[in-house]
Write a protein that binds this ligand. Structure first.
Ligand SMILES: C[S@@+](CC[C@H](N)C(=O)[O-])C[C@H]1O[C@@H](n2cnc3c(N)ncnc32)[C@H](O)[C@@H]1O
Length: 355
């Protein structure tokens, strides 16, 4: 039986679809603008004609004009019709051109690109056992993740998240040992090393290609004396630490209980576990309806985080929308006695656990 279509609701639904399609296309347009240096050129030079922008970036003028008009229609780039010039507002520079700004998002679009590039592998995972390991993805995911999260680490880690932990900042200032598990390209480890020059940071990740990039990032930041990056699974790294951190990765792991337990055994007495996890509300229905990040994060989780967890022993599949209550259960099962939320942003929950 065919349900009757309500024309008004259909129109509204299709309007929503057009919004999503426009968003998808503009994610690509933003990726292109960053990749070709178009935003940076506009930010440096101020308003330019399409020809002048093409000439400054050694790109094709006709294609650049077409891209610019899409950006103007999408309200990302400003246009002065009288002068025929395109320019960026201060806000657009911060989001799209200045990769040191606390709201830079342009390069994170690489992560969205990876979803389509990995389409065949992701559909196979859906039709099979659900497993797809991190390292099987297109490299766009690794750089997209780095840039998607790095902005927040730079903005909040030394100023809000680490100071919110009980007694940790003083230790870091004096000289503490820190482990960053599942460190990826090392964005968080580099921020910690730069903020606390007396501390030593050990980054571990089981993905060898990410560890290679992390070493390059440490060299670029001039912190090689303070940081080591080592290929290791979250249940096999050596050493004891004052602070062990999991940045946006515990939910990606197959056996987070054993992994958090292993970390507990590798903490110094009075050490601290820091979990940075994607923001989610504990009530499932509330999360679906009232968390503005939920659509993005559940979708990414279905294709990236959960398949990675299912590719590992136990395969708990917490997902990127696990939320504080599920994470508390994991931490308690791992034998920690104290657990609390110390901070949050629209993107992240910042959680502290103590042995
Ligand atoms: C979403 S990325 C986060 C990377 C980094 N922490 C960041 O915030 O940019 C998840 C990371 O966890 C790593 N990972 C997943 N399972 C792991 C495991 N069992 N042991 C070590 N690393 C793991 C992946 O290789 C990947 O680099």
């Amino acid at each position: 039986m065919t349900a009757t279509i309500d024309e008004a609701r259909l129109e509204q639904f299709m309007g929503q679809m057009i919004g999503y399609m426009t968003g998808g296309a503009l994610c690509f347009g933003v990726w292109l603008g960053d990749e070709l240096g178009l935003y940076r050129a506009l930010a440096e030079a101020g308003p330019l004609t399409a020809d002048a922008l093409a000439s400054r970036t050694a790109t094709n003028p006709r294609l650049v004009r077409e891209w610019l008009d899409g950006q103007v229609a999408g309200r990302l780039v400003d246009y002065d019709p009288a002068a025929g010039r395109y320019g960026l507002s201060a806000e657009a520079v911060a989001a799209l051109a200045d990769d040191t700004s606390p709201v830079f998002v342009a390069r994170g679009m690489n992560a969205f690109a990876s979803l389509f590039l990995d389409g065949a592998k992701i559909t196979s995972a859906f039709r099979g056992d659900g497993a797809l390991a991190w390292g099987e993805h297109h490299p766009c995911l690794f750089s997209g993740t780095e840039w998607f999260f790095r902005t927040g680490y730079r903005a909040y880690l030394p100023t809000e998240w680490l100071p919110a932990l009980d007694g940790v900042e003083a230790k870091l200032r004096d000289g503490a040992t820190v482990a960053d598990i599942g460190c990826g390209h090392g964005a968080s480890a580099v921020v910690i090393a730069q903020a606390y020059p007396n501390s030593r940071v050990s980054g571990f990740d089981y993905h060898p290609e990410s560890i290679e990039v992390a070493r390059e990032r440490a060299a670029e930041a001039g912190v090689t004396g303070q940081i080591t990056f080592t290929v290791a699974d979250a249940t096999s790294y050596p050493g004891r630490f004052d602070l062990i951190c999991f940045f946006d990765c515990l939910h990606d792991m197959g056996d987070p209980v054993s992994i958090a337990g292993y970390a507990r055994e590798h903490l110094n007495p009075d050490g601290t576990l820091l979990l940075v996890e994607p923001f989610a509300l504990d009530d499932h229905h509330a999360n679906l309806t009232a968390n503005p990040m939920a659509a993005l994060l559940y979708t990414a989780s279905s294709a990236i985080c959960t398949p990675n967890s299912l590719s590992q022993p136990v395969g708990l599949g917490l997902g990127a929308q696990a939320g504080e209550a599920s994470l508390r259960k994991v931490i308690e099962q791992a034998g920690y006695t104290r657990f609390r939320r110390v901070a949050q942003t629209p993107m992240n929950l910042i959680l502290e656990a103590r042995p």
